[in-house]
Design a protein around this ligand. Structure first.
Ligand SMILES: NC(=O)c1ccc[n+]([C@@H]2O[C@H](COP(=O)([O-])OP(=O)(O)OC[C@H]3O[C@@H](n4cnc5c(N)ncnc54)[C@H](OP(=O)(O)O)[C@@H]3O)[C@@H](O)[C@H]2O)c1
Length: 322
């Protein structure tokens, strides 16, 4: 099968289109023919190994010392079940599914991927394209994970920083679904898009500093990892939640800040679950959640896709089609 293989850590050019062995499902696994996948910031970070110095050693232990241990990246996919292992009961050949490969050694940037049937894999929402369904397992799951950890409640004021990105565009829609009053922080060209997703207000961060406008929020969700608690503290209500997608592995820091301030600080990794994916599927089927797609690239243009995502300016999601 065709796959994009990272030959070493480095710039997008380390990625090569190669012929590799087609996987065969174990007894408890399904074999998915991938029809769409995504490139996200995490794929670019794994490829370039751009991690803060304190994460260098744990990062290399987790990902591989000299080169990526799992050289086929790709954290999410949509496609068709081609075959199932002998013990599989949840799926059958021909089922259309979407899934996260986050706990299955990644590998969505390939024509086929085996996944455990009880992993984060769910049948595809009806009337949804593969391109759209491929976006739900990371961006939407991450937005849902953090808003739930922030104990979001109807009527609360929620500020979403990075509202135009993958996590942000889903976070705006989910926060509205949970009944919040939503303000999105984005650049000028994205203001209308954020409002069309349901945001009550949009703040153009190139024109206005939200920390200086006197507003306070129950939840500040930094979906793009551009702020710190000390910057946002005065804009958070007492006992408010500061959610930050970038504070992976910093639970100790968050715990320390939680005991030294009256704010709640949530970081960490949004591990996808089939329960979350089923919930997201229901929201898409009832028209309450719609992925934003910026660009689609064919598998053969993976290098161009990485170059584009790495700029940090994408609107919503970048798709790879097979
Ligand atoms: N913790 C977890 O489990 C987890 C899971 C998934 C993702 N993440 C992390 O979450 C972050 C966001 O991921 P993503 O895929 O949503 O990112 P993304 O789509 O690449 O975000 C890009 C968007 O952010 C906007 N942006 C850039 N700088 C901004 C700023 N200062 N203020 C407001 N908006 C800004 C950009 O628009 P403009 O440049 O036009 O403003 C662009 O639309 C990444 O750091 C990723 O690693 C963490």
């Amino acid at each position: 099968m065709k796959a994009i293989v990272a030959t070493k850590y480095g710039p997008p050019e380390v990625l090569r289109l190669k012929e590799v062995g087609k996987p065969a499902p174990q007894d408890h696994e399904i074999l998915v023919k991938v029809q769409a996948t995504t490139v996200n910031v995490g794929d670019c970070r794994m490829r370039g190994f751009t991690v803060p110095p304190m994460f260098w050693l744990p990062g290399r232990i987790a990902l591989g010392f000299r080169k990526p241990r799992n050289p086929i990246f790709g954290m999410e996919l949509a496609g068709e079940v081609e075959a199932v292992g002998t013990n599989v009961t949840r799926f059958k050949a021909g089922d259309q599914v979407f899934a996260s490969t986050f706990q299955a050694n990644f590998g969505a940037h390939a024509e086929y991927k085996c996944l455990p049937e009880d992993g984060a894999v769910v049948t595809k929402p009806k009337d949804m394209t593969n391109e759209e369904a491929a976006t739900l397992s990371i961006g939407a799951n991450t937005a849902l994970f953090f808003l739930k950890r922030g104990n979001i409640q109807p009527g609360q004021k929620v500020l979403i920083i990075g509202a135009s990105g993958s996590v942000g565009t889903f976070a705006v829609q989910l926060a509205k679904y949970f009944g919040a009053e939503v303000t999105g922080v984005c650049s000028g060209p994205n203001v209308e898009m954020i409002k069309s997703l349901g945001a009550d207000k949009a703040i153009d961060y190139t024109q206005e500093d939200f920390t200086k406008n006197g507003e306070t929020y129950d939840i500040i969700f930094d979906a793009v990892g551009k702020t710190s608690l000390s910057q946002c503290k005065s804009s958070l209500k007492d006992k408010g939640y500061y959610l930050h997608t970038g504070m992976v592995g910093s639970e100790l820091k968050a715990l320390w800040l939680s005991v030294t301030t009256d704010k709640n600080i949530i970081g960490g990794t949004a591990v996808p679950s089939k329960e979350n994916l089923a919930f997201l599927k229901e929201l898409t089927e009832t028209g309450r959640l719609k992925p934003v797609i910026d660009r689609c690239f064919p598998l053969e243009q993976m290098i161009e896709a990485h170059r584009y995502v790495e700029q940090g300016r994408k609107k919503g999601n970048v798709i790879i089609t097979m």
